[in-house]
Design a protein around this ligand. Structure first.
Ligand SMILES: C[S@@+](CC[C@H](N)C(=O)[O-])C[C@H]1O[C@@H](n2cnc3c(N)ncnc32)[C@H](O)[C@@H]1O
Length: 629
């Protein structure tokens, strides 16, 4: 009869917000010497979550750690001065599509997506480098990134310079990989919706480390399964009489959810061979006295009947009706007749009878599916066959197969937004389009990929592809075209387009100086606060990112008194970045009553327009949120 333990409750609340702060401590010892363990908040980790500098400390406690772990929390939380620029020429159906292809380092992309896609992604699938000893791992430069954040300079290395081969002989072999993954997973968690989930492909090399960091980031209660999937084995050891280990015949898919109480729909998988219908004993050993009722005059002494009374009685009725309708007796009815009768029923029907040896038994109809469990060895996880068929040559090493991703897609709804931020050859996009074509779904994809340069002598290079993004985009084009050819009926509804966006430095001029440091002769350079190579569409996308407007939103271009006005998401956001915008244009925009109206500082024609600006909105649309860049 204690009152609520507030501390316990508070620990729970903090752990929900920051699962990585939950730890176990020794509270005391029992008489037998065993330790009494209880949950506690690791204040140091919490302090790190709330701090912009690295917090020192070294007390012993239950934790999984590695060098620079605290810095990677810092890095995940630090803002960046970057933006996403739309590239129309490389997009497909730019106007109508809801899919995105984003080029850049996924750490930056995930940061840029935080505002707009917070809680909006139903499924993430990633297939990161497995850390096999030959992989290229993107080395985040902590010092540089933190400096960058402080100076807001937005300038650093050319892409590609920080992709380093992570060799096993490197003293930081696991460390570098963990730092790379930890920051990205941490950021990705916030993008998941309440009913969202994440699947992560991984091999023997890092599966244990990955599980530990995922337990921390998503919370142990959100761990669902460590699924095994079959992989093609290489027989390099076949020539030797002794081996150092067996070939890896399987790899893993870790499944985590955003919320511990979320339940996904029942999952089935096809059986290799159709299972015949069978009669099954209706009694079972689990002890539920309320389920012991008379059936054919029999009341079990222990155990229970499998179904409740009502369902069982209805099933007996169905059985008798079936015999009558097929015109047979219990002795003469053939299994095929029962199955055919069942197929003809409008809904699922149970059958129950008394067996020849006097026991109630129910019918299990023939089936070609069975319940899915965590062994997916019926599927081969990866092979280049699929992409080679599309390109006519082996263009990408180790792509996954669409069949595996399609199975994962069935865990989420038909309108899900699916994110893959290690997208490689864009198999995930292919799987999304394929499944939409077959089941009428409207899933949308967001692919993220670093424009990693392709090796000089490779097949892909010979075919003219310079970086992996070029392969990814072309894969989506070719796969989309093929899917339409194979399913001509879906031509008008299937979204096989994508908007291409690239990470770039901010559109705004860099501001290096404190106001006190400005000199008269600098003023000329500062006339325009926007970089000269940026288009109005660049500004529009930056605004969409800042205001949390989906980057796949419909964008319409209107011309009002000769000025280009963007109408985003059917009047939700209206923006004009042209020069010499006069009061009439502003009035026309205000009359459309957008939620947001955005202009450029230099675009307002003259001082009187600036003065009238607020007045016009107060008159026509006082609730519109107005912004001037
Ligand atoms: C194993 S592959 C994924 C293959 C993909 N599942 C497929 O079926 O084609 C991993 C991909 O992640 C990319 N990658 C590695 N580090 C990245 C980063 N920091 N940002 C974005 N992409 C990255 C690599 O270029 C590589 O293409």
């Amino acid at each position: 009869m204690h009152s609520v333990n507030k501390v316990e409750e508070n620990i729970k609340k903090i752990a929900e917000l920051f699962p990585n702060t939950l730890t176990e401590v020794v509270k005391g010892y029992r008489e037998d010497g065993s330790a009494i363990i209880e949950y506690a908040i690791d204040f140091e980790v919490l302090q790190q979550e709330l701090s912009e500098i690295v917090v020192e400390g070294s007390e012993e406690r239950y934790q999984f750690t590695w060098p620079d772990k605290k810095k990677s929390i810092l890095l995940a939380n630090a803002p960046i001065a970057k933006t996403l620029r739309p590239i129309r020429e490389e997009s497909e159906s730019f106007e109508d599509t809801q899919n995105l292809y984003i080029e850049g380092d996924n750490l930056e992309v995930l940061k840029l997506m935080q505002e707009t896609y917070l809680g909006k992604i139903q499924m993430i699938y990633i297939d990161p480098p497995y850390n096999t000893g030959n992989d290229f791992v993107y080395e985040d430069d902590f010092a540089k990134d933190t400096d960058e954040y402080l100076s807001n300079s937005g300038q650093y290395d050319e892409l590609g310079n920080r992709l380093v081969q992570n060799l096993e002989s490197n003293g930081r072999f696991h460390t570098d990989w963990l730092n790379m993954m930890y920051t990205r997973l941490k950021l990705s968690k916030d993008l998941l919706s309440d009913d969202g989930l994440i699947f992560i492909s991984i091999g023997d090399e890092e599966v244990d480390n990955l599980r530990k960091i995922c337990d921390e980031i998503f919370g142990e209660a959100n761990f669902r399964n460590q699924i095994i999937v079959r992989r093609g084995t290489k027989s390099v050891q076949a020539q030797f009489d002794t081996w150092d280990k067996l070939g890896q015949g399987v790899e893993y898919l870790l499944l985590y959810t955003k919320n511990a109480n979320y339940r996904f729909p029942k999952q089935l998988k096809p059986l290799e061979e159709k299972r015949e219908g069978t009669w099954n004993n209706h009694w079972r050993g689990t002890d539920r006295p309320t389920m012991r009722y008379p059936l054919f005059g029999i009341i079990p002494e222990s155990g229970q009947w499998r179904w409740g009374k009502e369902r069982s009685e209805k099933a007996i009725e169905n059985y008798n009706r079936m015999l009558k309708e097929v015109g047979e007796t219990e002795e003469s009815v053939k299994p095929e007749q029962i199955d055919q009768w069942l197929v003809n029923q409008k809904e699922e029907v149970d059958l129950l009878r008394l067996s020849k040896n006097g026991k109630p038994e129910h019918y299990i109809p023939p089936t070609n599916v069975t319940l899915l469990n965590s062994s997916w060895t019926d599927l081969l996880v990866g092979s280049s066959s699929e992409i080679t068929r599309l390109f006519g040559t082996k263009i990408f090493d180790n792509p996954k197969l669409t069949s595996v991703i399609i199975r994962m897609l069935n865990f989420v709804g038909k309108n899900a937004t699916v994110l893959d931020f290690f997208s490689g050859s864009a198999t995930t996009a292919h799987a999304v389009m394929q499944l939409n074509a077959v089941d009428g779904g409207n899933r949308k994809f967001i692919m993220v990929q670093l424009p990693e340069e392709i090796a000089e002598k490779s097949e892909a290079r010979k075919s003219g592809y310079k970086n992996i993004c070029e392969i990814g985009k072309e894969r989506i084009r070719r796969a989309g075209k093929k899917i339409i050819e194979e399913n001509p009926k879906v031509k008008d509804r299937l979204d096989i387009g994508f908007r291409v966006l690239k990470v770039d430095t901010t559109n705004m001029q860099d501001v290096y100086y404190n106001p006190a440091d400005y000199k008269q002769d600098m003023l000329a350079e500062l006339e325009d606060n926007i970089k000269s190579d940026r288009t109005s569409e660049d500004l529009l996308f930056q605004i969409m990112l800042d205001l949390g407007v989906l980057l796949s939103s419909k964008i319409e271009e209107l011309i009002i008194e000769g000025k280009k006005v963007f109408n985003v998401a059917d009047g939700y956001l209206m923006a004009c970045f042209d020069n010499n915008v006069n009061s009439n244009v502003i009035t026309e925009i205000a009359k459309k009553q957008p939620y947001y109206a955005v202009f450029r500082d230099s675009s307002l024609a003259n001082d009187s327009v600036v003065t009238n600006f607020e007045q016009i909105f107060e008159t026509y649309s006082p609730t519109t949120v107005r912004k001037v860049l």
